[in-house]
Design a protein around this ligand. Structure first.
Ligand code: NDP
Length: 445
């Protein structure tokens, strides 16, 4: 008999869910984690990032307070206070995740585990273990390009631990992390320059919504360098000199690379077990999360399907339900909502207008371009934009895209309508909830 029914490698969102639920179904489960229980999302991703976003938003809220009658005499930001509070909260969550596992009798190995065969692993301490099933949930890691001086740059792993707030920060990339941290550092008072290899940012989002973010970001004072590439980084005195092609060289106090993440599969013994990987090192799996080796499975970012926490959690749950809960379950990837926590945030679900025009014959779009009430009174000239993409032949809403305060909060509920195949007529028939921003969704004609 194997030591465990299930051995999970990686205690992030997908791994913890699979381990906990499988154990609840009665399986003997172990999990190995070489860093901290909680994984990227909890330790150095979504959670601490969102707390920084909240912290950053006070900059505007305190400015706006005056028009609402509040006298806020001085506004001073202390990075160390926010950083330490955020890290303390991360520590609390790490303990909560650990407790969840131990309460379900999951054995935790706080060390690296590598495959030695289809049913065997070796831990960093040298201990060998066996398991009927192995689940790889090792996530992904930031890509740091090979270039002279790259050791002077940081990734999103280090950004939560900075000693002090940079006066000038250069951010490479035009995706989620670049735009979120551009907003965060700008609100904290840093001068932000975002460098991107093309002039398209947030490629997978509706471009009209993205254009609005760009207009707002430019007006706020975030600098964009498009069609620009970083060639070399040097430390000169206490600043960084960044040699560029496509624009003038840049001087900065910090340089953050946010040019994507690659699956964490290096040195994991995949070859010795016979697990097949793809071009980016991602583990190839079927719709049951099974790899090319029947006893080995993988979920989450390491499979490079959709790199989002809730997707990894669904995959972990589906794995546990299927193999330990006797309820075969497959994840539906067709209607995954997502958001960028920029300033202001944007969110989307379903097809963008571009995708719909390519895929469907007849497409109608409805937009609402408005200034949130709060912004009007505050004198803040920042407009929101909501967009419905409708299949012209069936009246079905196939996409909803929005930018503005609380857009992700609103979109989560709206995503149910898209998944439920509701029609534009259903939105029209719904009475508005006034006064809200969300009411715009049912008032577009
Ligand atoms: P993204 O994939 O979002 O963006 C990568 C950016 O880097 C793109 O602008 C891309 O350009 C550019 N890029 C890629 N390769 C290179 C290169 N070799 N040289 C120069 N530029 C390059 O990655 P992030 O690092 O921002 O985030 C990683 C993942 O983490 C995301 O895909 C997302 O799944 C997840 N995430 C989700 C968040 C959320 O849900 N709010 C928040 C943060 C991360 P191009 O478009 O031309 O390819």
């Amino acid at each position: 008999m194997a030591d465990f029914d299930l051995f999970v490698i990686g205690a992030g969102s997908g791994g913890v869910r699979a381990a906990r639920v499988s154990a609840a179904y009665g399986a003997r489960v172990a999990i190995a984690e070489e860093h901290k229980v909680g994984g990227t999302c909890v330790i150095r991703g979504c959670v601490p990032k969102k707390l920084l976003v909240y912290g950053a938003h006070f900059a505007e809220d305190l400015d706006d307070a005056a028009m609402f009658g509040w006298d806020v005499p001085t506004k001073q930001f202390d990075w160390q206070v926010l950083r330490d509070n955020v890290l303390a909260e991360v520590g609390r969550l790490e303990e909560a995740y650990t407790d969840t596992l131990t309460n379900h009798d999951v054995t935790i190995f706080h060390e690296r585990a590598e495959l030695t065969g289809p049913n065997s692993l070796r831990l960093a301490s040298g201990k060998d273990v066996t398991a009927d099933k192995i689940l790889i949930a090792t996530g992904a890691t930031p890509v740091m390009p090979a270039m002279v001086g790259i050791e002077h740059a940081i990734s999103s792993n280090e950004v939560f631990h900075l000693e002090k707030l940079p006066k000038r920060i250069v951010i490479a990339g035009g995706g989620y992390i670049a735009n979120e941290f551009a907003g965060i550092f700008h609100q904290f008072g840093s001068h932000v320059t975002l460098v991107n290899r093309t002039d398209v940012i947030l490629r997978q989002y509706d471009q009209q919504i993205v254009d609005r973010l760009m207009q707002i970001s430019l007006r706020k004072g975030i600098d964009f360098k498009f069609h620009a590439t970083i060639e070399k980084i040097e430390r000169r005195d206490r600043a960084l000199h960044v040699t560029m092609t496509g624009c003038d060289d840049l001087e900065a106090d910090q340089l953050l690379f946010a040019t994507g993440r690659r699956p964490n599969t290096n040195g994991m013994g995949l070859d010795s077990a016979g697990v097949e990987t793809g071009e980016k090192g991602q583990i190839k799996v079927d719709s049951d999360n099974r790899t090319s080796v029947p006893s080995i499975f993988a979920v989450g970012d390491v499979t490079d399907r959709i790199q989002l926490t809730p997707v990894a959690i669904r995959e972990g749950q589906a794995f546990a339900d299927t193999f330990f809960g006797k309820t075969p379950t497959k994840v539906d990837y067709s209607c995954v909502p997502s958001a960028v926590f920029s300033h202001p945030p944007l969110a989307g679900v379903g097809m963008t207008e571009g995708q719909a025009r390519e895929k469907l014959g007849q497409v109608k779009t409805y937009t609402s371009d408005f200034r949130a009430m709060k912004n009007v009174l505050a004198g803040r000239n920042e407009r929101s934009l909501y967009k419905l993409v409708v299949d012209g032949s069936t009246d079905r809403i196939v996409g909803i895209h929005m930018i503005g305060p609380d857009a992700p909060e609103i979109l989560q509920a709206a995503a149910i309508a898209v998944r439920g195949k509701l029609k534009k007529a259903d939105f029209d028939a719904t009475i508005a909830l006034h006064p809200t921003m969300a009411e715009e969704l049912v008032l577009m004609r």
